[in-house]
Ligand binder design. Structure first.
Ligand code: 3PY
Ligand code: MG
Length: 261
């Protein structure tokens, strides 16, 4: 995943909130490049992350985990379980970023503890020293920028060695932007700041990602320089699919089922 993003690819990730390994497995068979397991607001726990990561990796897709706020123990655990990237919510200061990077990276960048046996076995990697030599570079620590404080501290957060990039949370950001008045991930007022986050991140040589509640916003985020884009929740996929099916049943619209009969 790190190689793909660093070579300039844009990756679309499904966002898994329902803690079912079967559903995660199915998401990994669709056209998404990655699946993200959400432990912050979704129902995923350690067991479902363990099972979900196995499913995603077995399907040869990129495996991402969003940890709960401040749960840096889960950062290294999810990496040990095989995650390619960790998204950490509410990173609002250099201090938050340092604590996150410390859990995500082996020395000299951080103090991650040794024991990624599951990650190694899922990926068929043998040889501890080979893994040690590559892990810091090949697994990603992505800091969520989703408050005014975080936007103010962006340069300091980006300057932390071991932070590989940022991931914007536009819903939380809109709440801060309007001083608690509304939640609107597409708030026009905020778009300049979001574009600035992408360009500063790229100027710092780091990776930028964002949550795109509505897939139709993805092209403008891509143009801003975001490369990892989450397309809504998987529950929205199911709901939108249901609406299309029901409409097709009433109107006789054709739907391409891609062989799924
Ligand atoms: C946000 O938009 O605040 C998010 O955290 C996306 O899930
Ligand atoms: Mg958020």
């Amino acid at each position: 995943m790190a190689n793909l993003l660093r070579s300039g690819d844009t990756l679309l990730t499904a966002w898994s909130s329902l803690p079912s390994a079967d559903l995660v497995d199915h998401l990994a068979t669709t056209g998404f490049d990655a699946v993200t397991l959400d432990m912050q607001h979704g129902g995923h726990d350690e067991r479902s992350v363990w099972d979900g990561l196995s499913a995603i990796i077995n399907r040869q897709k990129c495996a991402v985990v969003r940890i709960p706020v401040g749960r840096n123990d889960m950062t290294s655990r999810a990496l040990d379980m095989g995650a390619d990237a960790i998204i950490a919510p509410m990173i609002n200061s250099e201090e938050d970023a340092r604590a996150f990077a410390d859990a995500a990276k082996y020395p000299p960048l951080g103090s991650r503890s040794w024991g990624a046996t599951r990650a190694q076995s899922l990926r068929g990697l043998e040889g501890g020293n080979k893994f040690l030599a590559s892990a810091n570079n090949e697994t990603l620590a992505l800091a969520m920028i989703e408050t005014r404080e975080a936007v103010t501290a962006l340069d300091d957060i980006l300057a932390v060695d071991g932070i590989d990039g940022v991931f914007v949370g536009p819903s939380d950001l809109s709440i801060g932007w309007t001083n608690g008045d509304r939640v609107d991930p597409t708030l026009d007022d905020m778009m300049k700041a979001i574009a600035m986050i992408a360009s500063k991140t790229r100027d710092a040589g780091k990776l930028a990602g964002i949550f795109s509640m509505n897939p139709s916003d993805a092209p403008r985020f891509t143009q801003m320089g975001f490369q990892l884009i989450a397309l809504g929740f998987e529950t929205s996929l199911i709901s939108a699919g249901a609406q299309r099916f029901i409409k097709a049943a009433k109107d006789g619209d054709q739907i391409d089922l891609d062989g799924g009969y």
